[in-house]
Design a binder for this molecule. Structure first.
Ligand SMILES: *[C@@H]1O[C@H](CO)[C@@H](O)[C@H](O)[C@H]1NC(C)=O
Ligand SMILES: *[C@@H]1O[C@H](CO)[C@@H](O)[C@H](O)[C@H]1NC(C)=O
Ligand SMILES: *[C@@H]1O[C@H](CO)[C@@H](O)[C@H](O)[C@H]1NC(C)=O
Ligand SMILES: *[C@@H]1O[C@H](CO)[C@@H](O)[C@H](O)[C@H]1NC(C)=O
Ligand SMILES: *[C@@H]1O[C@H](CO)[C@@H](O)[C@H](O)[C@H]1NC(C)=O
Ligand SMILES: *[C@@H]1O[C@H](CO)[C@@H](O)[C@H](O)[C@H]1NC(C)=O
Ligand SMILES: *[C@@H]1O[C@H](CO)[C@@H](O)[C@H](O)[C@H]1NC(C)=O
Ligand SMILES: *[C@@H]1O[C@H](CO)[C@@H](O)[C@H](O)[C@H]1NC(C)=O
Length: 565
């Protein structure tokens, strides 16, 4: 007995140790599980401020849009998306929904799970503070080196924020506050949470990203250890000063300056820049001018020889392979998972009195959009549709309170393209638990491949443009069965943590946000290139090529089956 007792000592300690570890693990998973919780919302509202909410590229000449030409070849033949249009009851989906509340957000979406081992799930800051011993190990393969660029490429631009407003009516200076998140929303009258909401300008993605990068958990000052090299150039803010210039050498000057600086550094030699990435808060077309004819839009930053060895993340990608789209920044920058869970819960419980909503401005000059039809249909909908007219001086579409009031009260949010394919509004609607309705695959499906589920029927409705011009939208949306609507909304709400950029200052963030998912995507891409180089392959193959398949309409499983029949 005595002898046995003697043995129990260490065993008890061992059990205690294991139990505490288990507790920590449980706490950790519990906290994360909140993120997939759901919510309830408010009511009618308002719209968006055009310059912030829409990409302002009015002066763009259509012939200068490379995508415009590729359009009917690659995108227009999009099949009618019966999967979401007709919404036959889908037993597979019904099976998937019930356990959503239990999965951590990294697992929720499921489509990107090919490499779970690289998931930052295991490496939240909370976990780290508990488990110091694993820190360095967990950074293995994830170290990033930030280039210390001269101020003219980033910080000087923030200082001259008044001059960045060229082409828009908005003074950008106030939006620089709070590390690029903009002024905090002081009082939303109960529409938003009391903290973590900001009047964020969509063009500030590059500043927010840089500030998050500075606090990234696996930074290194030793570039030889780095898996990727981040170039903190504020490409969008910079070009916004010159986009409307008729002098192309003025538009291209900083681009040449940048690549000269980068390729002159010793870090460039290791992989000739193929491990470099930069982030732009404007659409890729702004950096892809294909001709030196001044009537063509944009700079040629991404066509310079050095840039063809680098990767760019931006709010809208092009058909070139070294462009990747990441979400526009929305207004919500939570600092911890419980805030996300709280918001999700509100959006789940929210009463939605409008069948659909549109927040935006008409674009009468653009024949390829159906904003005019949408607005007309909305006006005759007998209150089923809520319109926030962003051209009107009375609706402030820049105010997150106005926008969220409309979106949280609507079941579906229409997302027709404007000047460019994508809209920041897509992410605002996801944030409000409002199911996005797309009319063009270029608006989201072929863009945010790292962040949104591969099967778009799970979280959105697709109505091809031609179809939408002929038929009325209301009966289409009305005919979607209640359980389908519920499942889609649940999926949308579960996407919220993946599409927000958490507050860069937060030390308690314990979920994978849009930033983390983007970093993971970049590291995977560069990792593949590194492997290719190591195996003697030519890394330039496929790296920066024009690739129309990139924008092929992604088919859902039901569609593929339909095709096979
Ligand atoms: C593509 O556009 C061209 C010019 O507008 C037109 O002639 C051609 O028929 C279109 N192709 C398809 C597949 O729509
Ligand atoms: C679809 O689901 C709804 C609600 O569960 C049900 O009432 C309806 O009968 C279903 N329709 C089909 C075709 O299964
Ligand atoms: C973390 O990673 C380790 C090994 O890499 C794995 O055994 C463990 O299950 C992971 N934990 C979580 C919470 O993902
Ligand atoms: C949020 O702020 C409003 C007004 O400042 C206040 O009335 C309300 O109690 C606050 N809510 C919470 C949960 O703190
Ligand atoms: C890198 O160097 C700078 C300046 O010497 C220092 O402030 C910073 O903490 C270092 N960062 C890391 C990750 O070692
Ligand atoms: C464009 O701007 C550059 C630099 O300011 C100037 O040297 C050049 O003459 C201008 N070109 C034209 C066509 O105006
Ligand atoms: C781009 O990378 C290739 C090797 O992949 C290299 O030969 C070429 O010199 C690089 N271009 C520049 C401008 O550094
Ligand atoms: C939207 O506002 C503009 C500017 O006030 C106005 O001209 C237009 O008629 C409005 N559209 C609708 C549908 O109310």
């Amino acid at each position: 007995m005595l002898e046995k007792k003697g043995h129990y000592g260490p065993q008890v300690w061992f059990v205690v140790l294991i139990s505490s570890l288990l507790c920590l693990v449980l706490l950790f998973s519990f906290d994360r599980s909140f993120l997939s919780g759901g919510g309830r919302g408010g009511n009618n509202g308002v719209a968006f401020f055009v310059d912030n909410y829409e990409n302002s590229i009015d002066t763009r000449k259509p012939e200068s849009l490379p995508f415009g030409r590729s359009l009917n070849k690659t995108i227009d033949p999009a099949p009618i998306d019966k999967g979401s249009l007709l919404k036959a009851n889908n037993t597979a989906r019904n099976r998937e929904v019930p356990n959503v509340g239990l999965s951590p957000p990294g697992v929720i979406v499921g489509d990107k799970s090919d490499d779970d081992s690289a998931s930052p799930t295991n490496q939240s800051s909370e976990h780290q503070s508990i488990d110091m011993g694993f820190d360095r190990g967990s950074c293995s393969g994830r170290f990033i080196y930030i280039h210390d660029l001269p101020g003219r490429f980033n910080n000087d631009l923030l200082r001259k924020c008044e001059s960045l407003t060229r082409g828009t009516d908005v003074n950008m200076c106030p939006y620089m506050e709070n590390l690029g998140m903009g002024p905090a929303v002081a009082d939303s009258g109960g529409v938003l949470l009391n903290s973590s909401w900001f009047r964020t300008n969509q063009f500030l993605l590059e500043v927010i990203f840089h500030n998050k990068m500075k606090r990234y958990e696996c930074l290194t000052n030793d570039s030889s250890l780095a898996s990727a090299i981040y170039v903190p150039y504020y490409a969008g803010l910079d070009i916004s000063q010159y986009l409307w210039s008729s002098n192309i050498s003025v538009r291209d000057a900083t681009a040449f300056d940048l690549v000269r600086w980068l390729s002159g550094r010793p870090e460039w030699r290791r992989m000739s820049g193929r491990d470099y990435f930069l982030v732009a808060g404007r659409i890729a077309w702004d950096f892809r001018r294909q001709s030196d004819n001044p009537s063509y839009w944009g700079s040629k930053l991404m066509f310079l020889p050095q840039s063809q060895n680098m990767t760019m993340l931006s709010v809208e990608s092009s058909v070139w392979n070294n462009d990747f789209a990441i979400p526009y920044p929305t207004y919500f920058h939570p600092s911890k998972g419980v805030e996300v869970a709280q918001w999700q819960d509100r959006m789940r419980k929210q009463e939605r009195k409008y069948l659909f909503a549109f927040v935006g401005a008409p674009r009468p000059e653009l024949e390829f959009t159906i904003r005019g039809e949408i607005i007309n249909q909305c006006l005759v909908s007998n209150g089923k549709c809520k319109l926030l007219n962003c051209s009107s001086s009375t609706s402030n579409c820049d105010d997150p309170v106005n926008v969220m009031k409309v979106f949280r009260s609507s079941v579906f949010c229409l997302q027709p393209r404007g000047d460019s394919y994508t809209r920041r509004s897509t992410f605002d609607s996801i944030l409000a638990g409002c199911i996005p309705v797309f009319f063009h695959p270029g608006t989201a499906y072929v863009q945010y491949v790292w962040h949104l589920p591969r099967d778009h029927t799970k979280y959105s409705v697709f109505i091809p443009l031609d179809e939408a011009k002929k038929v009325s939208i209301e009966p289409i949306l009305q005919s979607i069965p209640e359980n389908e609507v519920w499942a889609m909304r649940e999926e949308v709400i579960r996407l919220i943590p993946r599409i927000v950029y958490a507050d860069p200052r937060s030390k308690e963030k314990n979920f994978d946000d849009a930033f983390e998912i983007a970093i993971k995507g970049v590291l995977e891409r560069i990792g593949k290139v590194r492997k290719a180089i190591a195996s003697g392959a030519d890394p330039s193959i496929g790296f920066a090529e024009q690739n129309h398949q990139k924008f092929d309409f992604p088919m859902s499983e039901p569609e593929k089956q339909e095709r096979r029949r």
